[in-house]
Design a binder for this molecule. Structure first.
Ligand code: GDP
Ligand code: IMO
Ligand code: MG
Length: 438
């Protein structure tokens, strides 16, 4: 039995959706542990494209139990829209999905708070997805949030909602927000949505622990990437949840002792959406070329993703924080046409090499990346699914990343489709998946 966490090793959009979809074949349960509909996980199955936001990508495998854990924040309207779209595409969402009774609920006024905060003239905007994610987590931590268990209990909802609405009304007045909320109308809409969601809400911590007791395997699907983790990421340019591997335990109620491995998904280069530091960013024709070749536009907001070269110190840092057993390197094919491929191998600040990740934007902005260049392979790797079939220079590039990060590359992705992937037979990843005998 192995319960594994899959999460982003960079700033998100590493290809987690594709990877979870691929691996979920071997798991009975896939569980999301943090984030909300700020996530956009794209999965291609043949001609069909799915973009999953709140629902774990595992739902696309018939029979796999999909769990939204307590660490997730839920906009019921967004969730119902996603359920309806997937059901229209023939997915048995209601037969597979369970939603934690302890997950917190996003309301329209959370988006109002976010607009006020992001738009303040004295504040550098984070460049959020404007989904109300941060303000909902604020209410959770401030102990005034409304949870799914409250949403589906008409009596609790009435009392808690009145108090939260009053709180937000006060905030709106204090900030001179002109927008008038129809608080009664919102409550009525949420009651109607609660009626539809009630059958799916349960104690998912118990469900997951019982599943383990029955010998089932759980795959934890991280949203965002480690550098967007509220504690370990590039604060304050982060999301408001624990995206790193430790969040899997907190966000589902599965003890750390029941988690057996952690897999980091990383692009063969790097991207970021939104504001904040990015040492290897190429805000130039080279970055533009990566964006074009990799079709790097946000799956949720459609914003162009900022692009840059693979960053070894960053991977060493996220590897340390998460304890990656194996890396899954995606989008190798995007580098196919390049003559030379720079890789950042060290950070220097003021002429001195630094071997830890600075904590502040000011310090990160001082980083001068040290690059080594590797020769490109100049031929297509698209769809290759055997290590032996990769061009020698592509193998050298991957071995270089492995050697410099100190983390095994157990899986390589060469296209968006399930079969455009290789899992290396003697890897720790294969062992964790009980595929190999390494
Ligand atoms: P996620 O948020 O980590 O799930 O990633 P996104 O879905 O936001 O972005 C990753 C994009 O890259 C998606 O459009 C995927 O279909 C695509 N993708 C994943 N792996 C590969 C790959 O190996 N090669 C190429 N060309 N595209 C890939
Ligand atoms: P997936 O799961 C990339 C970024 C936003 C912004 C910051 C805070 O697809 O990898 P938020 O709305 O969460 O308060 O915004 O985090 N961000 C993501 N960037 N991929 C994501 O998800 C992201 N989710 C949030 O762009 O910079
Ligand atoms: Mg994404």
């Amino acid at each position: 039995m192995s319960n594994l966490v899959v999460l982003g090793a960079q700033w998100g959009d590493e290809g987690k959706g594709k990877v979870v979809d691929l691996l979920s074949e071997r798991f009975q349960v896939v569980a999301r542990y943090q984030g909300g509909h700020n996530a956009g996980h794209t999965v291609y199955i043949g001609e069909r494209k799915f973009v999953l936001k709140l629902i774990p990508s595992g739902v696309l495998r018939p029979g796999v139990r999909a769990v939204i854990g307590n660490g997730v924040v839920i906009d019921p309207a967004a969730l119902l829209e996603e359920i309806d779209a997937l059901e229209a595409a023939g997915i048995d969402v209601r037969g597979q999905l369970c939603i934690s009774n302890r997950a917190h609920v996003i309301f329209p006024f959370h988006r109002m708070v976010e607009r006020v905060s992001e738009g303040r003239p004295d504040r550098v905007a984070i460049g959020t997805t404007s989904r109300g994610i941060g303000p909902c987590y604020e209410d959770k931590i401030a102990r005034r949030g409304i949870r799914m268990a409250d949403l589906v209990d008409p009596e609790s909802l009435a009392t808690l909602y009145r108090s939260l609405a009053e709180d937000k009304n006060t905030t709106a007045r204090a900030f001179g927000v002109g927008e008038e909320f129809d608080y009664d109308g919102i409550l009525a809409r949420y009651r109607a949505m609660a009626d539809r969601l009630r059958p799916l809400v349960c104690d998912t911590a118990k469900l997951l622990n019982d599943a383990i007791g029955q010998g089932q395997n759980i795959l934890f699907e991280g949203a965002q990437g480690t550098m967007l983790d509220v504690d370990h990421g590039s604060y304050p340019f982060v999301t408001s949840s624990s995206a790193a591997a430790g969040g899997a335990s907190v966000g589902t109620g599965i003890p750390p002792t029941r988690i057996h491995g952690v897999l980091g998904v990383s692009k063969a280069y790097i991207t970021r959406v939104g504001g904040g530091p990015f040492p290897t960013e190429q805000d130039n024709p080279a970055g533009e070329r990566l964006r074009k070749a990799g079709n790097e536009y946000g799956a949720v907001t459609g914003r162009p993703r900022r692009c840059g070269w693979f960053d070894v110190p960053l991977l060493r840092y996220t590897g340390m924080v998460n304890g990656f057993d194996s890396l899954i390197i995606t989008k190798l094919d995007v580098l196919d046409e390049l003559d030379r491929i720079p890789v950042c191998v060290a950070y220097r600040v003021g002429g001195r090499t630094v071997d830890s990740m600075p904590a502040t934007q000011r310090e990160i902005d001082l980083i001068e990346p040290v690059y080594e260049e590797l020769p490109g392979w100049k031929c297509s790797t698209r769809g290759i699914s055997q290590w032996e079939s990769l061009p020698p220079r592509a193998k050298d590039y991957l071995k270089f990343l492995e050697e410099r990060t100190g983390i095994e590359a157990g899986c390589i992705s060469t296209g968006p489709e399930r079969n455009e992937t290789m899992i290396l037979p003697n890897s720790a990843l294969a062992r964790l998946l009980k595929m190999g005998t390494a």
